[in-house]
Design a protein around this ligand. Sequence first.
Ligand SMILES: *Cc1c(COP(=O)(O)O)cnc(C)c1O
Length: 401
Amino acid sequence: MSKKKHLYSEETHIVHGIEHSHTTTMDLVPPIHMTSTFRFEDSDHGAGVFDGSAGGYVYTRIGNPTVDLFQEKLALLEGGEAAVATASGMAAIAGTAMALAGPGDNFVACNAVYGGTFALFNNHLRTYHMEPRFIAPCNANTLGRVDALIDRQTRFLFMETPANPTLDVINIELWAYLADQHGIPLVVDNTFASPYLQKPLALGAEIVVHSATKYLGGHGDIIGGIVVGGKKWIQQIKADYMDHFGPSMSPFNAWLILRGLKTLAIRMDRHSTTALKVASWLEKHPRINRVYYPGLASHPEHLLAKKQMKQFSGILGFDLKGGLEAGKIVMDNVNLCTLAVSLGDCETLIQHPATMTHATYSNEELKAAGISPGLVRISIGLEHPDDIMNDLETAFSLIGP
Ligand SMILES: *Cc1c(COP(=O)(O)O)cnc(C)c1O
């Protein structure tokens, strides 16, 4: 196997990954290895594969060549040593948390996170006696409070940036420094940015998790996840959770994500420029109270976003004058924008966090996380920006005077 690593610019790596000399059939695109198990040449070879002294695969839950290609590619793009792919983004987050902490342990997390992550931390991990210590808001002023929450049983820090659905931008470098001071890892959910726009490991985080369902796959046709980091962490997460709890990725899904990933750079460029256009238009619109988008100079952490991200990605939120009632009229009357959760697809998706993706939060928890009842979230797709704005304008006009 010939491996050429880190020789090219990022856009080229996104298309090619690590070049392997392919099979004798000389495929341009590697085939899908749809097999549950793998043959051994003889009993010695089988024993050798099991104890690691011989090369080869055993069983697809533990390892598969197509899934390996996806793992290698993400490790390359995130600048990590290794990666483990999972059945979903939630499996990546659950597996990481369960491998890093145990009963009696705690971890500190920003409070504005994906709704499923919040439910996992706040409900399910508590039943395993793992205590989430939430912090809000997560800016430079509250860093001292994060520090004060860390004790000897704290196993990791967790953040999502930009965060869901408030588009808060959190300082990765500062949190990583703090984690390092306490000898624990910072885990960053990099789903909203993708490795093309933001590289948490280069800023000091030790572990990156993704919902590959979103920008990595990019086409809304799979569910998948991945954890990237140092070999030591990935081995621990694999051995302590993934291999035997079993949320492994299907080779077919890995293949589809690899296919989607090739256009990551051009998709993210386009998502970002269109989102900035739509956000700037919304900000001046008389129907709008507030727009949440890290690319706007009015965003409280715009300078930080500029520093730690290459561009600002495709997700934005807005509060309409008239709150939830007005928001409902818009969501029920858009035609091009599709009323659906998820994000990072080619199609523009619109949804209402308080009753949809963040229905796992109580009213008090929504308030604490800064999620207003009228907040509408849009994942800007790859359509022409004028069509997206025209569609919104038509729906706005139905709100009434
Ligand atoms: C969607 C999402 C998840 C969960 O991923 P699934 O693939 O749906 O399990 C986690 N974090 C963020 C930021 C997400 O957007």
